[in-house]
Ligand binder design. Structure first.
Ligand code: ZN
Ligand code: ZN
Length: 212
């Protein structure tokens, strides 16, 4: 079975998740934005072999640790969608602006597109392109776990900011209603920040998307 462990990292308390097969102990990390020592301590504590980095989008708190981790472990960076290339190219400037440790730009081993899958051992997660917060934002959905790792698309009680370059409110709302809701009301999502919730709970009570 797939399992996961979520660790808030960076001053922005970004939810970095380690997804793993509980038998083979193969693992992928979603959004290693920083605090790599803490992430790798958790990998060791769980007895995992980290094989891949999966990225939801190119913002500093999600992507900044990727290049260092990929080089240190010799593993690929997969995602996000290529429309976030300008954010990843801008990581050195983002790190100066937000007072983060110096972050390197990189080119992922593989860009992702809507309908792609990522594989961890015998398991597959579905990739959906969910622009609006950033143009190249993707989410990772595991129908088996009934979980979706949604980055900064949707939060418990809120939605992602759309005031960044190439952000767009209407696009974000349609990403949520057209690409997240079909995963089912009982799907639990792990947002980029803050507590987990379910799509059904957000459809009932989130003021931005209530009743959609
Ligand atoms: Zn973001
Ligand atoms: Zn974020």
């Amino acid at each position: 079975m797939l399992r996961y462990s979520t660790i808030p990292v960076t001053p922005f308390q970004q939810n970095c998740s380690i997804v793993y097969d509980d038998q083979t102990r193969e693992a992928a990390v979603i959004d290693p934005g920083g605090d790599l020592d803490r992430i790798l301590d958790e990998v060791e504590r769980l007895g995992l072999t980290l094989q891949q980095i999966w990225l939801t989008h190119g913002h500093i708190d999600h992507a900044a640790g990727s290049s260092a981790m990929a080089q240190q472990l010799g593993i690929p960076i997969i995602g996000p969608h290529e429309a976030d290339r300008f954010w990843i190219d801008g990581l050195p400037q983002q790190s100066r602006m937000f007072g983060f440790p110096a972050a390197e730009a990189f080119v992922p081993s593989r860009w992702l597109a809507d309908g792609d899958t990522v594989e961890l051992g015998a398991h597959r997660l579905q990739v959906r392109h969910c622009p609006g917060h950033t143009p190249g934002h993707v989410v990772f959905h595991s129908p088996d776990m009934k979980r979706a790792f949604v980055g900064d698309v949707l939060f418990a009680g809120s939605i992602g900011r759309t005031d960044f370059p190439q952000g767009d409110y209407d696009t974000l709302i349609s990403s949520i209603t057209q690409r997240l809701w079909p995963m089912g009301d009982d799907t639990v999502f792990i947002p980029g920040h803050g507590p987990e919730s379910s799509f059904g709970a957000e459809r009932a009570s989130n003021p931005y998307v209530r009743g959609t």
